[in-house]
Ligand binder design. Structure first.
Ligand code: HEM
Length: 249
């Protein structure tokens, strides 16, 4: 988030009747700023893992159409088969991604509202705003760009609504057809740069949110946040560029 929240913990109000009607611990925790930050960090970690694995998997595009399509098919129906039925893992992963994305956005929104309410004095807000670095200040906007990107990306590759390839095209053909359109390639590159800024700040602040913020490890945190963002975004940006320059066709 753009600004710091100083640990606001509410807890269940005391019960006047003295009975045992406290809210469950997790609900109580989520109502506090600290709990929402945990939720942001944990759901962020799930997505960081997915984004990393997704980029590594997509590198198969450099091995050629057959390898890439085989891999895409394996992800769709073959993952964890025969331990689980076909497509079971796919739907499990989709459910996890949807639920974690929902709570990531909800907690971000609620933290912003809590922040605003906790700082009624305007000059104080401005001071913190200036102190925050570029990535931190832009979290909301990079987040919105990434969300719009995900929706476009699904319409492009998963649902095929906006993909220029013919019906029944393979994942490889869809990828090439999409990235051959300069505007689409440019959009993917811009959106992935926004994602890079977002996961750089996210990768840095998740340690803080989880309470893993011993000063001695700060340079490792910074190295992790930068290294992770550069590797993932470097890989992702390379795909539309490779198609535009004719290296993948
Ligand atoms: C240029 C980089 C990327 C390429 C080439 C790429 C490629 C693909 C491909 C080929 C599919 C599979 C479509 C299918 O067969 O159904 C897919 C699905 C998906 N991608 Fe990407 N992707 C990229 C970046 C991203 C990023 C940055 C995110 C997240 C922020 C993302 C999230 C997803 C999701 C959520 C799905 C749907 C998975 C499912 O079907 O459940 N992708 N992507």
């Amino acid at each position: 988030m753009a600004t710091k929240v100083t640990g606001v913990t509410e807890g269940s109000p005391p019960n006047p009747a003295g009975g045992k009607t406290r809210r469950p611990f997790l609900v109580d925790l989520y109502r506090s700023a600290v709990g929402k930050k945990y939720v942001m960090a944990i759901t962020g970690i799930v997505w960081l893992g997915y984004i990393f694995a997704h980029m590594v998997g997509n590198l198969k595009v450099y091995l050629g159409a057959e390898d890439f399509n085989h891999y895409a098919e394996f992800l769709r129906s073959g993952l964890l088969v025969p331990i689980v039925p076909e497509e079971f893992a796919l739907w499990g992963m989709r459910a996890l991604l949807i639920v974690t994305l929902f709570f990531h956005i909800l907690a971000a929104y609620q933290l912003t509202v809590m922040n605003r309410n906790a700082r009624p004095e305007r000059y104080q807000a401005r001071r913190e705003y200036v102190a925050a670095d570029f990535a931190a200040r832009t979290m909301r906007w990079t987040g919105v760009i990434v969300l719009l990107f995900i929706l476009y990306h699904l319409a492009d590759f998963t649902w095929g609504w906006v993909n220029p390839a013919e019906a029944g095209a393979t994942p490889y053909e869809k990828l090439v057809a999409s990235f051959q359109v300069p505007a689409v390639a440019a959009f993917y590159i811009i959106a992935n740069l926004a994602l890079g800024v977002h996961i750089y700040h996210g990768g840095w602040s998740l340690f803080q949110s989880m309470g893993w913020n011993n000063r001695k490890f700060n340079h490792w945190r910074r190295a992790f946040a930068i290294g992770f963002a550069v590797v993932v975004i470097g890989g992702n940006v390379s795909f539309p560029l490779a198609v535009q320059f004719g290296l993948v066709s």
